[in-house]
Design a binder for this molecule. Structure first.
Ligand code: MG
Length: 245
């Protein structure tokens, strides 16, 4: 059921865990733009006419893949062969590693340039902290720290478990609940005393398995229904309809 309004109660709730992308921030468009900048500059520098990197290319070859796999898949689709290169290649090297690095730098640059905080995110985090409720972010993104810093949301986040931690600790990805369990362990809060906000089906499933007191989906329309089917107790369209009272 989609809730037009949701009040979180400080008496019952000791902590809230947030997924990052799609809940607190929006970085999906940012990655697409960074890929386009990278590949179009690369293609332009080669001799002859070229078709620029398109949304279809993004969906077919790079979205959801690891960065280097994305470079490989896109170049293969264009019949372009370049050397693999090495980790020390500069971002302008015409190698797989160089292009991969160039894309990562384009993302970092955009993070600095564009604020990507979603509606209601900052107000809710501020209200939670003011009410003495713990705030954690659990995200599989290795850029989570940079994203939080660029949006200024890092001020309100006590605990962050991100892609860097999950690689180090070898935590499996959602729907495995390991990432959320680690966040609660660091918060020192029982799952029943915590709520989770998630926009992904795998994330809602993971939240259910952890035994969060409340699993809140973030989404609209059909996606909202899918989140309820996956086990969300309730769904909100975005964080602007959530307050602490
Ligand atoms: Mg998400």
């Amino acid at each position: 059921m989609t809730r037009p309004h949701l009040s979180l109660s400080p008496e019952r709730l000791h902590a809230v865990v947030f997924d990052l992308d799609g809940v607190l921030t929006d970085t999906a468009g940012l990655h697409e733009t960074a890929w386009k900048e990278t590949f179009d500059a690369f293609l332009r520098a080669r001799a002859g006419p070229f078709d620029s990197f398109s949304r279809q290319d993004y969906r077919a070859y790079v979205d959801g893949r690891r960065r280097e796999d994305g470079v490989r898949a896109f170049l293969e689709s264009r019949g372009i062969e370049i050397p693999e290169g090495s980790e020390t290649d500069p971002p302008d090297a015409e190698t797989m590693k160089g292009l991969s690095r160039r894309k990562n730098e384009a993302v970092q640059e955009q993070l600095r340039r564009d604020s990507v905080s979603l509606p209601g995110a900052e107000a809710l985090l501020r209200a939670l902290r003011r009410a003495g409720i713990g705030v954690a972010v659990a995200s599989s993104s290795a850029n989570a720290g940079a994203v939080l810093k660029a949006t200024g949301l890092d001020r309100f986040v006590q605990i962050r478990v991100d892609g860097v931690d999950s690689a180090q600790l070898e935590l499996p990805s959602k729907p495995n609940p390991a990432l959320f369990r680690e966040a609660l362990r660091r918060l020192e809060v029982e799952p029943a005393r915590a709520a989770i906000f998630e926009d992904a089906i795998a994330g809602v499933e993971a939240g259910r398995r952890v035994g969060f007191g409340t699993v809140i989906g973030v989404g609209r329309g059909q996606h909202a229904e899918a989140l309820v089917d996956a086990g969300a107790d309730m769904v909100v369209a975005d964080l602007s309809v959530v307050d602490v009272a």
